[in-house]
Design a protein around this ligand. Structure first.
Ligand SMILES: Cc1cc2nc3c(=O)[nH]c(=O)nc-3n(C[C@H](O)[C@H](O)[C@H](O)COP(=O)(O)OP(=O)(O)OC[C@H]3O[C@@H](n4cnc5c(N)ncnc54)[C@H](O)[C@@H]3O)c2cc1C
Ligand code: FES
Length: 1271
């Protein structure tokens, strides 16, 4: 899927031959702008986010509520969210929770963790009494009058008034009514779009252009053209032909036109189920079940039934079930019409000629089917993800028996198209529906469905397990249905098996956020400590907020497209740009000769390294030409990709680091037990919504250049660009208005891209824009370091851990970047919340031929912390104690020293732990879970509570210095700037709060324009959660300087107001501009001695998570999370809670979902949202509570706050350990080995493999294989 942030609504009249109660009138559809061909919009009204409302006209309630409920952080996803909600409200002004979560299933947000977005959505929903009661109960959930649970006040919201919405444009209405339909032809530079209106015309066109695709939704053809280099000079669009849009309810089934959208099909099936007797609609249920999770609503609104079928994609959810249901295809060509069974089109694989190139699919007939038919799917994410395996199964018994008369089993995802277990089905005819048949069927199916070993996702064994597990589920479903027919003969399935028949559903999450109220004595005007809306929230929601690609184009501007290496380690023999230079619109090609050191010259050391860049007059031209650059390579050895390879080749970045306390070797001699183990933690893609972007504008004088860039560190960009151009830094002006998410990924990599763009701008003397596509961004820029932790732990019978020896290896990729620093931080933070008296830890950064990995929220701690929590859990398993007891026992308790001798006071760590225990009702829920697990065999629940100590600090004083500049104008307005970057963390909002308190003026007087190297020079990077701490000090300093200057004037006229004082100050020649400065925090670390004070203070937190797993599929559901965090005194609880939730959900992604896949040659396979799954609405806990620890002080940071952007991510591992708890229960019940290793991310594949049963044995051949990481 291509994820874009502009969605728009299509409003148009549907005049269709419907037999069901679908109303005829104007309907509204959301759609993905990036896939929808503009030509397909003829006759439709399109509304973009700017048309919904704006600050210049009227803000729409959707925009207002998203912003005021704090549903927007970086804002890049916000217009998409607005459009999805707006569209739903146009169709259903009072939607249900289910409709709302379904509407958002196709939207992604990387910042918020979705909770505040859903809070905004809820304000529009018709709440069912039961939901309402549940929320009320939650609100009663203990908190004192000093605390608040309100982050926004709904009384402020404008009501939603559907009568105020735009109407369908009358011109278009008249056009639809009066103008006869005629064929439309649009010509582009290279393509022709033909849209006929009759079937005859279509048949003629298809006969004339048999290779031309029929494009309806373009969701199949579009991605091929955009990403896979497929080109079609002629496209035929059949959507306006009535025959392809019919919906007919026949006596034996439903006939649905091939051009009908999947959304329409969903509605039609839902209505059919309501109107027809149950025995006729079983197949409709099954298809509907697949449609619910197929794509998101934006995709289903445009994707057609015919397109899904004819594409014959392996991953089709519909083909297996439609084939199993004996559906028929109505085909037409100049030669006439014919009906064929749908199963024929993939009977011999994708390339079979069951459909002739000149034939078109007119409609699909779905016959009524009696009882036993079902569909199944398992995907990397429950919603909006292509299936790993999908299946459709149908069985017919001889009258009144359970003897098989007919059986159909089809699978998607197993081979290059849908496949049928034909022979197995034939063999099983005549068998009775019992265990014996199940066993035989499973073996026959496994023998018949051959999975190609070349599958790029590499999930071969998992797919096989799913193939048999789905059949088993079907077996259970049928047994249960037989029981309803004749309970005496067919007893059904055991009660404890029943729950597995139900799939997990996405429910509207419930949540509560608790924070400390400001003191009653605080001035109402003083905003500090209050949940103030993000300063740009409304502009995010109206689409007015400007990101790099929104900056209007400059005269003569060029676009840059990068050409990257396709080899991991090779000599460049030649780069041939001659063909590329001949392409239309090409201006120049930037090579290593232009940017030495930035672009590789003679050798490539990873796939994705920039070899050259093409500058052309449009993005499309630059991209087309880039594809024409030919690079010849000569392979070099060795190719080192993994940590294991690096260890084998002794390939490391120096220095390696080590810390030691106590006498580890001696301690190992005295302990009761020793355990040893290893955990692998995969990398993580930043997946910021705004990809790396830069616009460079030469100013034409003195080699000055404006660089507009999406970065966390403008001063570094300035330095890199200046060095690349050989000019002093004072000629380069870097500007950052806002960044659409960064998470550590927009530091060094942004510098490289800005250098290339500025060299291109300098060479061509034109403005140059470089916006990386998602695929290039993922390929080039690296991410979180993959990690291996090898541990040896010595402990006593009572659970006390006495000795730990642990080694960390991190995969740094091909250049040092910050890898050694990440390794150091992983060592410094590895103790997490525990005092280990004898501890030795080592870390080294491996040098490999992967793209260079870099900083990512948490910076090494999420990995080393997970290793620690893993061995803690294993100690619990070995001793038979509960994990929480072992955690409690080994936790820091009183004033202590860390393993590098820094003092810490763990009082708030213990408070967070105790409060979380209490707020989550840990023990009573644990008991309830035990009871649930006893009563359910195939579904299990698990719970885990994990504490956290998160040290704050940047390691050196100079890295935490900061400056601010505050101007007061004679009208009293204030312009504020500082060195921090707005990445979505709300730093500018907080800085305005600080300035408002210090100057004692309302926030509305203060404006923030941009961060720029022209106003604040040499600013440090916005990293390490430190932005507010350090810039806040600088802003406070500047404001205090100004106030000191104003004080005599205020003293002279105490009854005057701000404007009077400013006017007077100006007249008295008092300077109204001041800089503020903060020197940074003392920090030192002596790695030789292994001791120091690298951190300024500590944050603490605890998270308790509960999950439920499906042991047959490996699927899981996050049921509940409670977090208690000590963040000192929050400057803005709404922003801070948002940071905790957003980071936590990113942590869920890291530990349970996000999986990077490389080929054995080092080519990244996961290069977009279709292959790489970040958490969506369906992944957040159904109940998600966050409390900020009250009465916590921090003398080191502004207003006693604590910097918290990163900390919450680690707490996502509570879900990992809850999953482990559920798996442990399964394994204990089945008498499997107690000790087992689980790697991160703990995906459905791993969960399924760890829940060993007869099916996994059947596939893997023994009790687990190395692939599934058993030990
Ligand atoms: C983000 C995303 C998520 C998705 N998720 C899922 C999923 O979870 N499960 C799933 O099953 N699918 C999924 N899909 C695939 C999607 O369902 C199909 O791409 C879609 O149904 C194709 O319909 P279309 O109208 O867009 O096809 P188009 O792209 O317009 O056409 C696709 C092909 O079908 C042919 N074609 C179309 N209509 C006819 C006709 N009447 N006669 C003959 N040939 C015809 C065209 O020639 C073309 O080759 C997803 C797609 C995207 C982009
Ligand atoms: S606010 Fe959603 S991606 Fe940033």
């Amino acid at each position: 899927m291509i994820y874009i942030y502009f969605f728009f609504t299509l409003e148009f009249l549907w005049i269709r031959n419907l037999n069901f109660s679908l109303s005829v009138g104007d309907l509204h559809y959301s759609a993905n702008a990036c896939l929808l061909p503009i030509c397909s919009l003829y006759g439709m009204a399109v509304t973009t986010v700017e048309g919904v409302g704006s600050t210049r006209t009227r803000i729409h309630p959707v925009q207002e509520r998203l912003a005021k409920c704090h549903g927007s952080q970086c804002g890049f996803c916000t217009p998409g969210m607005v459009m999805s909600i707006y569209t739903l409200l146009r169709n259903h002004p009072e939607p249900t929770y289910e409709q709302m979560t379904a509407a958002l299933a196709g939207n992604l947000c990387r910042c918020t963790g979705y909770r505040p977005i859903l809070d905004a959505c809820k304000t529009f929903c018709k709440v069912r009494t039961s939901d309402y009661r549940r929320e009320k109960i939650l609100v009663l959930f203990s908190f004192s009058f000093k605390e608040s649970a309100r982050l926004f006040s709904p009384d402020e919201f404008q009501p939603l008034d559907p009568t105020q919405e735009f109407i369908f444009p009358p011109e278009l209405m008249r056009m639809a009514e009066n103008q006869p339909k005629r064929t439309l032809v649009f010509h582009g530079e290279r393509m022709m779009w033909i849209s006929p209106v009759t079937l005859d015309e279509l048949q003629d066109l298809k006969a004339a252009h048999p290779k031309a695709p029929l494009v309806v939704g373009n969701t199949g053809v579009g991605p091929d053209m955009k990403f896979r280099g497929v080109f079609h000079p002629i496209v035929i669009a059949p959507a306006r032909i009535p025959d392809l849009n019919v919906v007919k309810c026949m006596s034996d089934g439903l006939t649905i036109g091939a051009a009908c959208s999947l959304s329409l099909m969903k509605d039609v099936l839902r209505n059919a189920i309501l109107e027809l007797p149950e025995e006729k609609t079983k197949i409709f249920y099954a298809v509907l079940q697949q449609l619910r999770t197929l794509g998101g609503e934006q995709i289903r609104n445009v994707a057609s039934l015919g397109g899904n079928i004819i594409s014959r994609k392996s991953t089709s959810d519909l083909n297996p079930i439609l084939a199993a249901g004996n559906c028929m295809l109505n085909l037409a060509s100049q030669g006439g019409k014919r009906w064929i069974p749908l199963s024929d089109i993939f009977a011999n694989g994708v390339g079979n000629n069951a459909i002739m190139p000149e034939e078109v699919l007119v409609s699909v007939h779905i016959p009524h089917s009696r009882k036993y038919i079902s569909a199944f799917r398992q995907a990397p994410r429950r919603e909006n993800a292509l299936p790993i395996i999908s299946a459709g199964m149908r069985v017919l018994f001889e009258e009144g028996t359970d003897k098989i008369k007919d059986l159909s089993i089809f699978y998607g995802g197993a081979a290059s198209t849908t496949v049928c277990a034909k022979q197995a089905c034939q063999t099983l005819i005549g068998r009775y529906w019992n265990e014996q048949m199940l066993d035989e069927a499973s073996r026959l199916i496994l023998n018949e469905i051959i999975l190609p070993n070349s599958a790029s996702d590499g999930k071969i064994e998992y797919k096989k397990i799913l193939i048999v597990s789905f059949f088993y589920k079907f077996f259970l479903e049928v047994l249960q249905s037989l029981k309803t027919m004749d309970p005496c003969r067919y007893p059904g399935i055991p009660m404890e098996y029943e729950s597995v028949l139900e799939n997990f559903q996405t429910k509207m999450p419930q949540s509560i956020q608790i924070y400390q109220n400001v003191e009653l004595s605080q001035s109402p005007q003083d905003p500090v400590g209050r949940p103030i809306m993000h300063q740009s929230g409304i502009k995010h929601a109206t689409g007015e907020a400007v990101y790099i690609d929104d900056i209007p184009s400059v005269d003569g501007e060029l676009f840059l497209s990068v050409v990257t290496s396709s080899r991991a380690h090779a000599k460049i023999v030649s780069v041939d740009t001659s063909e590329a230079l001949k392409e239309p619109g090409v201006f120049d090609i930037i090579t290593a000769n232009d940017v030495p050191y930035m672009i590789c010259i003679s050798q490539v050391i990873c796939v994705g390294q920039i070899v050259c860049a093409v500058a052309a007059d449009s993005y499309a031209h630059a991209k087309q030409a880039a594809a024409k650059v030919k690079i010849e390579y000569e392979a070099l050895e060795p190719v080192i990709l993994t940590i294991e390879d690096a260890i084998r080749h002794n390939s490391f970045f120096e220095p390696k680091r080590k810390l030691e306390r106590g006498d580890v070797d001696k301690a190992f001699e005295t302990v009761d037990h020793i355990l040893e183990g290893e955990i692998h933690i995969g990398g993580q893609e930043h997946f910021y919504m705004e990809t790396q972007s830069v616009l460079v504008v030469p100013k034409g004088e003195d080699k000055e250049m404006d660089v507009f860039v999406s970065t966390q560190h403008p001063a570094f960009i300035q330095e890199m660009v200046a060095a690349s151009l050989g000019v002093p830094a004072n000629r380069i002006m870097c500007h950052v208005k806002r960044v659409g998410g960064a998470f550590g990924g927009k530091l060094l990599k942004a510098g490289l891209l800005a250098s290339v763009a500025s060299v291109a701008a300098n060479k061509t003397n034109r403005a140059v824009r470089l916006i990386l596509s998602r695929g290039d961004d993922m390929l080039i820029t690296g991410g979180r370091h993959p990690f291996i932790g090898k541990y040896k732990v010595g402990f006593m019978n009572d659970g006390r851990i006495r000795a730990v020896d642990v080694k960390y290896y991190i995969n740094g990729g091909c250049t040092p970047d910050e890898s050694v620093l990440v390794a150091e931080v992983s060592l410094l933070k590895m103790d997490n919340a525990y005092k280990i008296p004898n501890l030795r830890c080592w870390a080294c950064a491996c040098k490999t031929n992967l793209p260079s990995n870099t900083a990512f929220r948490g910076f090494g701690f999420p990995q080393s912390g997970l290793v620690t929590e893993t061995w803690i859990t294993e100690v619990a398993e070995k001793t038979g104690l509960s994990p929480e007891k072992v955690r409690e026992m080994n936790m820091y308790k009183e004033d202590e020293q860390t393993h590098f001798k820094q003092k810490l006071d763990p009082q708030n760590l213990i408070r967070c732990w105790n409060e979380c225990m209490e707020k989550s009702a840990y023990y009573s829920r644990k008991t309830a879970i035990e009871e649930f697990n006893k009563q359910n065999y195939w579904k299990k629940k698990g719970i885990a509570i994990v504490p956290m100590k998160f040290p704050f600090g940047l390691g050196s004083r100079y890295l935490s210095q900061a400056a601010a500049l505050v101007h007061i104008y004679t009208d009293g307005s204030v312009l504020l700037t500082h060195g921090g970057i707005e990445l979505g963390q709300g730093i500018h909002t907080k800085m305005i709060q600080v300035a408002s308190r210090e100057l004692n003026i309302p926030m509305s007087y203060i404006h923030f324009c941009e961060t720029s190297t022209t106003t604040v020079p040499n600013a440090c990077a916005s990293v390490g959660s430190a932005g507010t701490d350090v810039n806040g000090m600088a802003v406070k300093d500047a404001c205090q300087t100004l106030l000191k200057r104003l004080q005599p004037i205020i003293n002279e006229n105490p009854k005057g107001n701000w404007n009077d004082w400013i006017k007077e100050a100006f007249e008295q020649s008092v300077s109204l501009s001041a800089t503020g400065y903060f020197r940074g925090y003392d920090a030192d670390m002596d790695w030789e001695k292994g001791e120091g004070q690298p951190f300024t203070y500590f944050l603490y937190g605890t998270a308790c998570s509960e999950v439920e797993i499906n042991c047959l599929t490996g699927d899981h559901k996050n049921l509940r999370t409670d977090i208690v965090m000590d963040i000192g005194c929050s400057i803005n609880p709404a922003v801070d809670i948002g940071q905790i939730e957003g980071a936590f959900v990113q942590g869920i992604g890291l530990y349970t979902m996000e999986e990077l896949k490389y080929s054995p040659e080092g080519v990244l396979h996961t290069r977009g949202p279709d292959q790489y799954k970040i958490p969506a609405v369906c992944d957040i806990p159904e109940q998600f509570n966050v409390s900020l620890l009250s009465s916590s002080q921090n003398p080191y940071a502004i207003y006693s706050s604590k910097g918290l952007g990163e900390a919450g991510l680690f707490l996502g591992c509570s879900v990992f350990f809850a999953l482990r708890d559920a798996i442990t229960c399964v394994r204990n019940e089945r008498g499997l080995k107690k000790t087992f290793a689980l790697n991160s991310p703990l995906t459905a594949e791993q969960i399924r493999a760890a829940c060993t049963d007869d099916f996994t044995k059947m596939v893997i051949g023994r009790w687990g294989s190395d692939l599934f990481n058993y030990v």
